[in-house]
Structures are given as structure tokens and as C-alpha cells.
Design a protein. Structure first.
Length: 209
């Protein structure tokens, strides 16, 4: 059974803001009775200030996320140690991707030193599901969910993230470090359309065969 294949499997879902990571994580965990690790976003006290002035608040914002995500990796390791699989709505490496878009100079050098030390202690996913969509669709989804701290998020920033994620996962696939399942969410609705969710589940099961 496929459920048996998920034992000890660590699946991480990643992609740009608004692409559907958390929603799909919850669906998969419900479908396969798996624990989930959800990214702590709204608890970051610097985030709303960051979207107003990225240069001033970038370092504080990124360090908060880095420490928070590392703490969650300790929880993740305990789950895996018990012989259980799990699904996370982010990869630890996304932290560095964001940092390299917002930090410069000594702040970036210090961040990279800390990240590299922590990254050595973090479990690597058995599969990454990379969700992507066009910038127009991402902007529309962000507007529809209307989170207060995202209201000042610019199209240029989302476009920059979109390009950075594409570059990151192209390099990731070429390195063959782990399996990647790419899913274009531009024209699917796995919340309302069962057939769209079924296609994702089929692709997931095929990837882990």
C-alpha cells in the first residue's frame, strides 16, 4: 500500500507566496493521516515593518524566520525518529533564498555563516513538491486572502521571488539532491475540484514509487 511507502518519508512543499503550499499540505496530511509542520509566519513581529521598508527590517525579519524554522526542524526530527512520515509547507533552504533577495554586505555574510551551521543539522526531504503559478495569479490570490501584513507587498517583489524560485529549483533538479515534483497551480483548483486533487495525489504516488 502507498501508505506504507510514506512511513519515514519527509515531504516538503515549497513555492512563492500565495501559490497554495499550506492548503495542499493540509489536504495531504488529511488524505494520508500524516502529521504536518506549518511555517510560522504571522508571529514574526518584524514582518509588517519589513514589507514597508525591506532594507531597514530585512535582517531582523530573516533572523526571526531562521531561528523559528530551525526550532521546527527539531520537532520534525522527533517525528521522523518515531518512524512516521510528515508533510511540511516549506523547505528549510527557502530561508536562504529569501535572505539573498533582501540582505546585503555584512548582514548577508553573517546570515550565511549562521545558516550554513544550522543547515548541517537539518533533515533533508525525501520529496519536494514545488508549486508554481504566474505572477498575475499569485498577486490575485494574495489580494483575495487579504492578510494585513501582505497588503503592501509589491508586484515587483513577487516577480523577483518567482524568478528566484525558478532558478533555485532548476539548480536543485540538476544537482539531483532529492526528488522534485513540479505542479503548475495556475489553472487548477484542488480545493473545489476533486479531480484536480486526485491528479496531484496520483503524481505524488508515482513520484515515490
Amino acid at each position: 500500500m502507498f501508505y506504507e511507502k510514506l512511513r519515514n518519508k519527509y515531504i516538503a512543499i515549497d513555492g512563492v507566496i500565495g501559490v497554495g503550499k499550506t492548503t495542499l499540505t493540509k489536504f495531504l496530511c488529511q488524505q494520508y493521516s500524516l502529521p504536518m509542520i506549518l511555517e510560522v509566519v504571522e508571529e514574526n513581529p518584524f514582518l509588517s515593518k519589513f514589507y514597508e521598508d525591506m532594507e531597514r527590517w530585512g535582517f531582523q525579519t530573516q533572523l526571526f524566520f531562521l531561528v523559528s524554522r530551525f526550532d521546527q526542524q527539531e520537532v520534525l526530527k522527533k517525528i521522523l525518529a518515531k518512524g512516521r512520515g510528515l508533510v511540511s509547507d516549506y523547505t528549510f533552504e527557502k530561508d536562504q533564498l529569501f535572505a539573498h533577495l533582501t540582505l546585503k554586505g555584512d548582514h548577508l555574510k553573517l546570515y550565511d555563516r549562521i545558516f550554513n551551521i544550522l543547515c548541517e543539522q537539518v533533515p533533508k526531504p525525501d520529496l519536494i513538491i514545488y508549486l508554481y503559478a504566474s505572477v498575475d495569479i499569485l498577486m490575485n490570490r494574495i489580494a483575495l486572502r487579504d492578510r494585513p501584513f501582505e497588503r503592501k507587498m509589491s508586484r515587483d517583489y513577487i516577480s523577483m521571488l518567482h524568478d528566484a524560485y525558478e532558478k533555485h529549483f532548476n539548480q536543485y533538479e540538476n544537482s539531483k539532491r532529492t526528488k522534485i515534483l513540479r505542479i503548475d497551480t495556475s489553472h487548477i483548483d484542488f480545493v473545489k475540484k476533486e479531480k484536480d486533487l486526485s491528479k496531484i495525489l496520483e503524481a505524488l504516488e508515482e513520484k515515490l514509487q
